[in-house]
Write a protein that binds this ligand. Structure first.
Ligand code: S3P
Length: 429
């Protein structure tokens, strides 16, 4: 499927974005291995989180409800059962990596795989520490690529230094640590998102966090919880950039999760001169939430790199769009992780924005963008990557003529209602 979009007037009104993807996955996984029921509201009703629901069901967990309200009937740490078939994580890196951590702790055999994109993404980063803990894991390419075959059980805690700041790797080890004997200690080089730690704590599991080190002991239990999932900052990001770059916009995005390990883009956009106000700050299910009021403004270039990158890793494609519009040369560095996402996002966003007339250069670990050139509508490709598709839709709003985005269906992965919501903001004048 393809969509056609055109240069537009401002974005106006009040919107809400769907529930956070990372938190939706974790609510289902942790709810499954907790004791008692976990009631989830504002669950992200999109393809990726449903991959997690289907995998947990195949492991014997009863999950009922539909849309964005689910009830997970936890089976406790010892209650999962051997799946009868191969588990399918679809397009979802979070599903395959975190569930592998859980499978590493199970005294049975399982195989987990995913779609063409996921089967190209590196799994050695989780397989290696999980093997050190005692699991038997194999896969294609010497165990680095899915399908992964896992025979778990009898784990022991380890001390592990992550090589990259990755919440998926950290969480896989933490989840395996729940089933391990003794202490699991993880230190990461940068601050990746901490939703797993927050939810474990919320479910009553003792855990210690000192600087960039997390420690837990195996063998305690989790208690089911009522969780209202906050709006996804990564989904709000497309609207934050759209309203910032389209002149005259005045948009309020309500109930957005503002966990400090996720909000790098907010800081960077403000540094670029964006007019974004944070109002009505509150806590929801152990996570900070607020409303964002965004007005159209003139943006200037920025240099980003280092510690802030893990807190905005999923937002870099749409930051590249803001940079293409901003005055001056933007440089983004230390973001080599983008190469192993749903697509190689350094090259896919550079390729597609260049087609629209942007002056954008690929670096080995980021991008260099000389902003201010007028963008022109053309035929662009999503590369089957949901965040590339939506970043291009944002760019189309300031491009002359018609932009066609092919393979649009990938948006179903994280934000099925994106186009309708965008059209709604563009219709209010
Ligand atoms: C996620 C962690 C990040 C992020 C992904 C979701 C998570 O991946 O890019 O979209 O839910 O833990 P990495 O852990 O590979 O950085």
């Amino acid at each position: 499927m393809e969509v056609k979009l055109e240069l537009h007037n401002s974005l106006q009104g009040e919107i809400e974005v769907p529930g956070d993807k990372s938190i939706s996955h974790r609510a289902v996984m942790l709810g499954s291995i907790a004791e008692g029921t976990t009631e989830i509201s504002n669950f992200l009703d999109a393809k990726d989180p449903w991959s997690t629901v289907n995998c947990m069901r195949s492991l014997g967990v009863e999950i009922d409800g539909e849309g964005s309200n689910l009830r997970v009937h936890g089976v406790g740490l010892q209650g999962l059962t051997e799946p009868q078939d191969v588990l399918d994580a679809g397009n979802s890196g979070t599903t395959i990596r975190l569930i592998s951590g859980i499978l590493a702790g199970q005294d049975f055999h399982s195989v987990i795989t995913g779609d063409n994109s996921l089967r190209r993404r590196p799994m050695g980063r989780i397989a290696q520490p999980l093997k050190e803990m005692g699991a038997k894991i194999d896969g294609r390419n010497g165990g680095n690529l899915a399908p992964l075959s896992i025979r778990g059980g009898s784990l022991k805690g380890i001390e592990y230094q992550l090589k990259v700041a990755s919440a998926q790797v950290k969480s896989a080890i933490l989840l395996a640590g729940l089933f391990a004997q003794g202490e699991t200690v993880i230190t990461e080089p940068g601050n990746s998102r901490d939703h797993t730690e927050r939810m474990l704590t919320g479910m009553g599991y003792p855990l210690k966090k000192e600087g960039r080190t997390v420690t837990l002991q195996g063998g305690h239990s989790l208690k089911g919880l009522k969780i209202r999932v906050p709006g996804d900052f990564s989904s709000a990001a497309f609207f934050m950039v759209a309203a910032s770059i389209v002149e005259g916009s005045d948009l309020t995005i309500k109930g957005v999760g503002l966990n400090p390990t996720r909000t790098g883009l907010l800081k960077v956009l403000k540094e670029m001169g964006a007019e974004i106000k944070v109002a009505n700050e509150r806590l929801s299910g152990g996570e900070p939430v607020a409303d964002l009021m965004v007005k159209g403004s003139k943006l200037r270039a920025v240099e980003v790199g280092g510690d802030i990158i893990p807190t905005m890793i999923d937002e870099i494609p749409v930051l590249a769009v803001a940079a293409a519009v901003a005055e001056g040369k933007t440089v983004i560095r230390d973001a080599a992780e983008l190469k192993v996402k749903e697509s190689n996002r350094i090259s896919t966003i550079a390729q597609e924005l260049a087609k629209m007339g942007a002056d954008i250069k690929e670096l080995s670990d980021g991008l260099e963008i000389s902003g201010g050139r007028k963008l022109k509508g053309t035929v662009c490709h999503s590369h089957d990557d949901h965040r590339i598709a939506m970043a291009l839709a944002v760019a189309s709003l300031v491009a002359e003529g018609e932009t066609v985005i092919t393979s649009w269906d990938s948006v179903e992965i994280s934000f099925p209602g994106f186009l309708d919501l965008l059209k709604k903001c563009l219709a209010v004048q």
